[in-house]
Design a protein around this ligand. Structure first.
Ligand SMILES: [Zn+2]
Length: 184
């Protein structure tokens, strides 16, 4: 399969009309915010594989059908184990439903009551950014081997100052989500 980076402008309404799944794969380096500052690893990484589809749904009691978007992805992301401080490959898998709303006000008002994530409808939805947000959200807060290959190199008393995580904090990704909604 040839690599297809998620497009930076899709019309979700158009995608729903096509009733088709949009998918592709791209090297992790195509996702600048995720790949920044990752530990170097000799291992060959699987590409980021993503797919998206959209559909209209008529909720009971709703005046008009609502537009939903499904996003799925899997990837391998190098992380530094916080226990033994060695790099390792973190598999990431996610899928999520988003519901589109007309305005930021509606998104804010309904957010707490909604299990799904809300997005303000943008006829030029940045799917690349959305995939990137998901990747960031799915990375562990404290990356760690399931089982470290070797015991930690230092005793607890000699641990260096906690290294600041190089990756953006997941809340930064959330803020980016909100920020994108603000643009419309
Ligand atoms: Zn470890």
């Amino acid at each position: 399969m040839s690599h297809t980076t998620p497009p930076t402008a899709i019309d979700p309404r158009h995608l729903a009309q096509q009733a088709d799944t949009l998918s592709g794969s791209a090297p992790l380096s195509a996702f600048a915010r995720v790949s920044e500052g990752l530990p170097a690893l000799d291992a060959e990484l699987a590409p980021v594989r993503w797919s998206a589809r959209a559909e209209w749904r008529q909720a009971s009691g709703a005046a008009e059908p609502e537009l939903w978007l499904w996003l799925g992805l899997d990837a391998e992301v190098p992380q530094t184990c916080q226990r033994c401080l060695r790099p390792y490959v973190q598999p990431v898998e996610a899928e999520r439903w988003f519901r589109f709303v007309a305005t930021e006000e509606i998104a804010l008002a309904e957010d707490d009551d909604s299990e799904e994530d809300l997005l303000v409808l943008d006829p030029r939805l940045d799917l690349l950014a959305l995939v990137e947000d998901e990747l960031l959200l799915e990375l562990p807060l404290v990356p760690m081997h399931d089982q470290c290959p070797e015991p930690p190199r230092m005793s607890a008393g000699e641990l260096p100052e906690a290294e600041p995580q190089e990756q953006p904090h997941p809340f930064a990704a959330l803020a980016a989500l909100k920020g994108r909604a603000d643009k419309t």
